[in-house]
Design a protein around this ligand. Structure first.
Ligand code: ZN
Ligand code: ZN
Length: 256
């Protein structure tokens, strides 16, 4: 499978940079994880969005979900081949949040005419984790430590190879074992310095410790605060990870 970074900028976009979005491609399965500002435009480089298998929104912060609106309009005028709706998985209460964004008010069908929403909490539950299969891919979800309910994700393909994505989280020790056995970790690192602001985000320094403790082979940092010098973040993370760290950028492809 390929993980294509469509948006890696934390909180707001910049020129050539988009907010959170990742396309998981295991042809013919195409799953979009998060859809922040600019991620939809970047998605068009790879895929007609009408052909997405499903969409996962890890939490309802604007920098992870806003492009669902332009996608809704695109789908209104560009139907899917089988005319079916696209499944959107999101945290409980997420649909109500999306309805509030709708300036025309909720007419009960604005988003539902093209999307079929289902809460992550309705998936099968094993211990702390919710899980679901989408085609050839198996997804596991666990709550992170963030200001609103947010889910970290581990994606596993048929060969048993795993990639983890932290979504947004502070450094939370109980989350580390969720990523054990992942070859690759896409880890948020919004801040710099040694310690993050608890209950919001991680520093790059903490991301390095987090990934080392999880035992992942490759660490990619994402969701850096756009004002920061990424080279400083990379060096901070390498200090604690003990190996090469890559700053994820738009259109980078992680092959696994
Ligand atoms: Zn965010
Ligand atoms: Zn967030």
């Amino acid at each position: 499978m390929n993980i294509i970074a469509l948006g890696t900028s934390g909180t707001y976009p910049r020129f050539g940079r988009a907010c959170s979005g990742y396309l998981i491609a295991d042809d013919p399965v195409f799953v979009q994880i998060d859809l922040g500002t600019g991620a939809l435009a970047n998605l068009f480089r790879y895929l007609d969005p009408a052909n997405l298998s499903s969409i996962i929104l890890t939490h309802m912060h604007a920098d992870h979900v806003l492009d669902i609106y332009p996608l809704r309009y695109y789908l209104q005028y560009n139907h899917r081949e089988n005319d079916g709706k696209i499944k959107v998985y999101l945290p409980e209460g997420g649909l109500e949040v999306l309805h509030r964004f709708n300036p025309g008010g909720d007419n009960g069908n604005f988003l539902e005419s093209v999307f079929d929403f289902e809460s992550i909490e309705s998936f099968d539950k094993y211990g702390d984790d919710f899980s679901i299969c989408i085609g050839s891919l198996y997804f596991r979800f666990r709550k992170t430590d963030h200001v609103i309910p947010a889910y970290a994700v581990v994606i596993e393909n048929r060969a048993g190879r795993k990639v983890g994505y932290t979504s947004d989280t502070s450094y939370e020790e109980s989350l580390i074992n969720f990523f054990k056995d992942c070859e690759v970790l896409i880890c948020e690192a919004a801040y710099q310095g040694e310690q993050g602001k608890k209950s919001l985000h991680m520093t790059a320094y903490e991301a390095g410790i987090f990934a080392r403790e999880a035992g992942v082979k490759k660490l990619y940092l994402t969701h850096l605060w756009p004002e920061l010098n990424p080279e400083v973040s990379r060096k901070d993370a390498e200090k604690t990870f003990g190996d090469e760290v890559i700053i994820l950028k738009e259109h980078m492809v992680i092959e696994i």
